[in-house]
Design a protein around this ligand. Structure first.
Ligand SMILES: C[S@@+](CC[C@H](N)C(=O)[O-])C[C@H]1O[C@@H](n2cnc3c(N)ncnc32)[C@H](O)[C@@H]1O
Length: 395
């Protein structure tokens, strides 16, 4: 059976809470989705389909192709099921592979043990069939197999991605508290931005939000920056399929005449780094960078437009007092300077968000790493908007 052309269940994983946005992307690529959950989406496809998914998705972490589902009460049963599988049809000779897992089984308190049993099964089978031992290790630079094992239900996948797709590969200099690229992309997909009107991103840090906005507007896909995927290390890999998908990425880029993306930060170093990251992403000519206080950022005339800011959340008390002032100034700025725009604030501190002093029209739940965060949406009406007497302004 040629896995590159045979359909199987495909599970696409993503950082927690990006499932909805990932589903939207997978559907737009022409796939029919099944179950969508907080950390992923189910669909069906061949490994050639997985190549397309790997190159195009902005919100994904891993594209997993299902090989085998079975019942296993303990790690020895995992071994018994897998030692009889035809791994010689999947791994080239000589080959290198790694094992990853998500394990929740009462007999296992260290998932490394489960990984070891999977690895042993594959190595033993290949040694018996080929007389040679494949090399293995933790670096996800070759073929990768993933074990999902919950209670007695086990499933083994080919991880067609390897290193996470959630990093888009252009960010050479991360700066302080950078947003994960997949998260930045998902937050933009959640907004009302029409991808042609002005996008103003003060406090841009390493530039992730502005760069992702430029990539989304011009249909530049993360695959443009990456040259190694785990699917390339499987038996039967046909480079011409990958090269064709890769070439498509270039031809799909669109020009957006008059697009203005403005990214500012009061830190000179942050802007220097953001510029370098934008160059690596091929979008430096699309972003106007400036060093300034956020309140001095240019807000182009004409509506609608986007104002999107990701201020610090603060961890020490002293910081919080200063940040309360900053959040209050953000509210004033949006009210006075961004009339007719859609305003967005991404924060992990809802108490600070209250200082913005405007009522959010929508809130989107996200995680930034392990921090529970919100993307708050504000409809900023033209002219100065103050709350009518008696209206309680909360977030
Ligand atoms: C949480 S970081 C933004 C991280 C960014 N989203 C990224 O992915 O790199 C907040 C940024 O706000 C900047 N900043 C803080 N106060 C500012 C102010 N008053 N005016 C302009 N920039 C400010 C900091 O220099 C920092 O780069």
């Amino acid at each position: 059976m040629n896995l590159f052309t045979s359909k199987a269940d495909v599970v696409i994983t993503c950082p927690k809470r990006l499932g909805t946005y990932l589903e939207q992307e997978v559907t737009e690529l022409g796939f029919t989705t099944g179950k969508t959950f907080l950390t992923g989406v189910c669909t069906q496809g061949t490994i050639n389909d997985c190549i397309k998914l790997n190159l195009n998705l902005r919100c994904a972490s891993q594209v997993l192709y299902s090989l085998k589902k079975f019942e296993a009460r303990n790690a020895d049963e995992i071994y018994e099921h897998l030692v009889n599988y035809a791994w010689e049809d999947i791994l080239p000779d000589p080959g290198y592979f790694s094992i990853t897992s998500n394990v929740n089984n009462p007999t296992i308190n260290n998932s490394m043990f489960a990984n070891l049993r999977v690895k042993d099964a594959i190595v033993d089978r290949l040694r018996e069939k080929r007389g040679t031992r494949p090399s293995t290790g933790a670096a996800l630079s070759g073929a990768v197999f993933n074990l999902f094992w919950e209670n007695d239900a086990a499933e083994v996948f080919i991880d067609t991605s390897g290193p996470s797709l959630a990093r888009h590969g252009y960010r050479k200099i991360p700066g302080q508290a950078p947003m994960l690229e997949a998260l930045a992309a998902a937050t933009i997909l959640a907004t009302k931005w029409d991808r042609t009107s002005a996008f103003v991103n003060p406090m841009c840090g390493s530039g992730t939000i502005a760069i992702e906005a430029a990539m989304i507007a011009t249909n530049r896909r993360p695959g443009l920056f990456r040259t190694n995927y785990a699917f390339m290390h499987l038996q039967g890999y046909d480079e011409s399929v990958y090269l064709q998908e890769d070439a498509l990425l270039e031809t799909q880029i669109i020009d957006v005449p008059g697009l203005r993306i403005i990214a500012t930060d009061y830190s000179e170093r942050a802007i220097e780094n953001a510029k370098k990251n934008a160059v690596a992403a091929g979008v430096a000519n699309l972003i106007e960078f400036a060093v300034c206080d956020f309140a001095d950022s240019e807000v182009p005339a004409g509506v609608p437009g986007m104002f999107y800011v990701n201020p610090e959340y603060g961890e020490r008390l002293g910081d919080i007092r200063e940040l309360e002032e900053t959040y209050s100034r953000i509210g004033d700025f949006m009210k006075k300077k961004c009339g007719g725009y859609h305003g967005y604030v991404f924060t992990g501190n809802l108490d600070l968000a209250k200082k913005i002093g405007l009522k959010a029209s929508r809130r989107f739940e996200f995680y930034n790493s392990t921090i529970d965060c919100r993307l708050l949406e504000y409809e900023l009406y033209s002219g100065s908007r103050t709350a009518p007497k008696g209206e309680v302004i909360t977030n």
